[in-house]
Design a protein around this ligand. Structure first.
Ligand SMILES: [Zn+2]
Ligand SMILES: [Zn+2]
Length: 108
C-alpha cells in the first residue's frame, strides 16, 4: 500500500470513529439530562462500599447509577417499555435485563 493510500485510509477510519464518538456523547448527554432522581444506593455519591475480588471491602463505582450519582428512567430499545427509577435490580445487574422482554437494556 502506498503511503498516501495509508494516510487516506487512516483518515476515513478516524472520521468514522469520531462520528461514533459524537453519537455516544449525544446518547450520554440525553441520559444525564434525564437523571433527576438521586441514586438511592449511594445517596448521590457515585461510589459504594463493595467486596472486591480479593474479599476485602473497598469503594467502588456505584452499580445502580454507574457512578453518576443520579438515575433516570430509560426506554427499552427492544420493547419500548420504560425502566423506571424504582427498578434498581435491572440497573445493578451487569446484563441489564429488561423485566418486560428480557432483552439487554442500554442505559446510554
Ligand atoms: Zn449510585
Ligand atoms: Zn424490553
Amino acid at each position: 500500500m502506498s503511503r498516501r493510500n495509508h494516510i487516506n485510509q487512516l483518515k476515513r477510519y478516524i472520521e468514522k470513529k469520531q462520528k461514533r464518538l459524537a453519537e455516544l456523547e449525544e446518547q450520554e448527554k440525553v441520559y444525564l439530562e434525564s437523571c433527576t432522581t438521586t441514586c438511592p444506593t449511594c445517596d448521590g455519591k457515585g461510589m459504594e462500599r463493595r467486596m472486591d475480588g480479593a474479599g476485602s471491602m473497598s469503594d467502588e463505582e456505584c452499580l445502580t447509577c454507574m457512578g453518576i450519582g443520579a438515575i433516570g428512567p430509560v426506554k427499552c430499545q427492544r420493547c419500548g417499555e420504560t425502566i423506571g427509577t424504582e427498578m434498581i435490580g435491572v440497573r445493578r445487574n451487569s446484563m441489564h435485563p429488561c423485566p418486560f422482554c428480557g432483552g439487554y437494556v442500554s442505559f446510554y
